[in-house]
Design a protein around this ligand. Structure first.
Ligand SMILES: Nc1ncnc2c1ncn2[C@@H]1O[C@H](COP(=O)(O)OP(=O)(O)OP(=O)(O)O)[C@@H](O)[C@H]1O
Ligand SMILES: [Mg+2]
Length: 522
């Protein structure tokens, strides 16, 4: 039974058509995946279905009746809900208030906070969120936790159609498994689910049908069982990627480059309780050091403490083999010392959204340039921005386009370009390929390796073990705030990494996590 259908949907922005005559049908009780490269039009299509963006042309039907929501609220009243790609929570409100924003339980006109918090507490537990309290402000959450709160908010009210735009980008396997359990239940109740993701293994596990978009056009809709992974990718990108994929196979990557290389950074006894406990490691020039671990194991917090985005309780950082530790009191100091940090949360920390691609790419280096030189350099900067646009195949009109107008994955590419362009000795990347399409991922891996070969020292924090095993020379594993083990290339296996990642937790917690599946997405 068709639940929701759309036909001939067209949308242009300032003369650029981003959706051409697109359409598909969603059946009751199916998970329908929407796939395509960064900028293919997936989020635009979802926003139209959910009343957030008005289409220029086209029709939609919901349950046999015309569906033309003029606001998100109208779409929700008709039973169409969305979890947006760019998180949409109100940071100053509590977790509970965010979850029940549309339907705050009231008693005699005042909000019954006891009930609100109890209900919200149940909703966040159900989605697998631990260590978060309903009364806590959303601004205090990490990005993965915020994503779970957003999902919990979408699940508390009944709906007929649920649209999820990259809901798992910041989640770990355990949380993804829980989300999938919820989706299976909704499916059995007849809810139609539209699922946007760049993670093919999730789509193969969860979806019934796949619709492929390319350049805003509908390319194909197939049952998952009738289309292979390679064929899906080929239809998405319009070319064959198997050569790039072969290059990525772990055994074919260059062996360890360590050994003789000089020390770029040494971290000694770093503490920031409770998240970071006595972390020490050495990073050498020319190597990529991967950081694996569960969400909340302290990887991001360690990097933030090194960069002085958070203040460490204690610990020393040495740069370039110097016997004297450096004082890093502020991210500015870190940048001046040649440390770059690509954060996992691009929206809050990585980008100036209203500014142009060009300014975002070159901004971080402008501090050292005088005003006069700045103007002279303008052309060079434009060329730089254009170079990265080509290298990363960023979909945009020109380097002058405002970043706010780019699709999620293309914004991520601009953040990457910004840090790649900086002349830093140590580059820290937290989840560098989150939200990036399959084709562009390979470009990013290649760029990272190029940088390492050029002598840069690189740290990559990633929840994607396949990614780490493909690009890292060594993998450090964190567990419950400690760096528990470091593996050299050739020594690691998925099982060994998982064992290390669980080792810091109590045996009961570890068992329940192990039972929930693998450590992180692979
Ligand atoms: N407000 C806007 N102004 C101008 N262009 C826009 C605007 N919003 C979206 N676009 C453009 O529409 C195109 C499609 O964007 P959309 O967000 O739908 O892509 P997507 O398939 O969701 O990509 P991703 O995988 O990166 O999330 C992009 O090229 C984007 O730059
Ligand atoms: Mg999108």
């Amino acid at each position: 039974m068709t639940l929701l259908s759309c036909r001939n949907l067209t949308k242009s922005y300032a003369g650029v058509t981003v959706l051409h005559d697109a359409g598909f049908e969603l059946r009751a009780g199916e998970v329908h995946a929407l796939v395509g490269e960064n900028g293919a039009g997936k989020s635009t299509l979802c926003r139209i279905l959910c009343g957030i963006t008005p289409p220029d042309a086209g029709e939609m039907q919901l349950g046999g009746r015309r569906h033309a929501p003029r606001s998100r609220h109208q779409a929700e009243s008709a039973g169409v809900r969305m979890v947006m790609q760019e998180l949409n929570l109100l940071p100053t409100l509590s977790v509970a208030e965010n979850i029940y924003l549309g339907a705050l339980p009231r008693r005699l006109g005042v909000i019954n906070y006891a009930k609100l918090n109890a209900d919200a507490e149940r909703a966040v537990r159900a989605i697998g969120l631990r260590d978060v309290h309903a009364a806590q402000p959303v601004s205090s959450l990490g990005i993965g936790q915020a994503q779970l709160v957003e999902i919990a908010a979408a699940l508390v009210t009944r709906c007929g159609v649920l649209v999820l735009d990259e809901p798992t980008a910041a989640l770990t396997t355990r949380e993804i498994d829980l989300l999938f359990a919820h989706l299976r239940r909704l499916k059995s109740e007849g809810v139609g689910i539209i699922y946007v993701s760049h993670r093919m293994e999730e789509i193969r596990a969860m979806a019934d049908r796949i619709t492929i978009l390319r350049d805003g056009r509908h390319i194909a809709t197939r049952a998952v069982n009738d289309i292979t992974h390679d064929e899906t990718v080929r239809l998405m990108v319009g070319r064959d990627l198997s050569a790039a994929a072969a290059e990525l196979r772990p055994e074919s990557t260059a062996g360890a480059r360590r050994g003789a290389a000089r020390v770029a950074m040494r971290v000694e006894n770093l503490h920031r309780l409770p998240a970071v406990r006595d972390v020490s490691f050495t990073l050498r020039e020319g190597e990529i050091l991967g950081f694996a671990g569960l969400m909340g194991s302290g990887r991001t917090e360690t990097m933030r403490a090194i960069f002085a985005a958070d203040r460490a309780d204690s610990g020393k950082i040495y740069l370039g083999g110097s016997p004297e530790p450096v004082r890093i009191r502020h991210p500015r100091d870190a940048v001046r010392r040649g440390i770059a940090f690509l954060t996992e949360d691009r929206k809050a920390q990585g980008l100036l959204l209203p500014s142009s691609i060009q300014d975002n790419t070159t901004l971080a280096r402008m501090g050292s340039v005088s005003r006069l030189r700045f103007w002279i350099n303008r052309r060079a900067e434009r060329a730089t921005a254009r170079g990265y646009i080509d290298k990363l195949s960023t979909r945009c009109k020109s380097p002058d386009q405002s970043v706010v107008e780019l699709s999620g994955g293309n914004q991520q590419k601009v953040v990457l370009a910004k840090w790649l362009f900086r002349d830093s000795r140590v580059l820290i990347f937290d989840e560098p390929t989150r939200g990036i399409d399959v084709g562009a991922k390979f470009e990013i891996y290649r760029l990272l390796r190029e940088l390492a070969s050029g002598g840069k020292a690189i740290i990559v924090v990633s929840s994607d073990l396949l990614e780490l095993t493909a690009i890292a020379d060594r993998i450090a594993v964190m567990s419950a705030g400690r760096l528990v083990e470091t593996f050299d290339r050739g020594q690691w296996t998925q099982e060994k990494i998982m064992e290390a990642a669980l080792s810091g937790y109590t045996s009961a917690a570890a068992t329940s996590m192990a039972a929930a599946g693998r450590v992180e997405s692979v």
